[in-house]
Design a protein around this ligand. Structure first.
Ligand code: AMP
Length: 125
């Protein structure tokens, strides 16, 4: 499978589509999900062209991988969902491929919280 340069997150990264940015570092970008499924619902993406978590972990540089994990920490700090920030926790999801119900073929983490998540994001549909 080759990377689709016309996916919506590629367009956001090129500045062709706006996003509600909450954090950015050298290799990563975080913005609000356009259709939030929780009080806090943030997407964190690498700026490089990676289809999914498998592609990212196999092909990204150490700096890109560290940068993305730092972005997760920063997003949890900004949104105060982490217990270290006084929050009650959160769900970190990487939907992957067809069986994982991944809609946008550019690797992304969902950070969801700000309220009890129950089985949201996990339930059979
Ligand atoms: P997934 O099923 O893991 O691929 O999730 C893709 C997510 O991207 C969904 O939660 C969508 O609501 C979200 N999404 C799609 N387009 C946009 C956009 N333009 N800005 C922000 N979030 C988006």
């Amino acid at each position: 499978m080759t990377y689709d340069k016309n996916n919506i997150f590629a367009k956001i990264l090129r500045g062709e589509v706006p996003c509600d940015k909450i954090y950015e570092n050298k290799y990563s970008l975080a913005f609000k999900d356009i259709n939030p499924q929780a009080n806090v619902h943030i997407l964190i993406i690498p700026k490089g062209q990676y289809i999914d978590v498998d592609d990212f972990l196999k092909n990204a540089s150490q700096d890109e991988i560290v940068s993305l994990m730092q972005a997760v920490t920063e997003v949890c700090k900004i949104t105060k969902v982490a217990s270290s920030e006084g929050g009650n926790g959160f769900r970190l999801i990487a939907n992957t491929g067809v069986d994982g119900s991944q809609e946008v073929p550019h690797f992304h983490f969902h950070v969801m919280g700000g309220e009890p998540m129950g089985l949201r994001g996990l339930r059979r549909s």
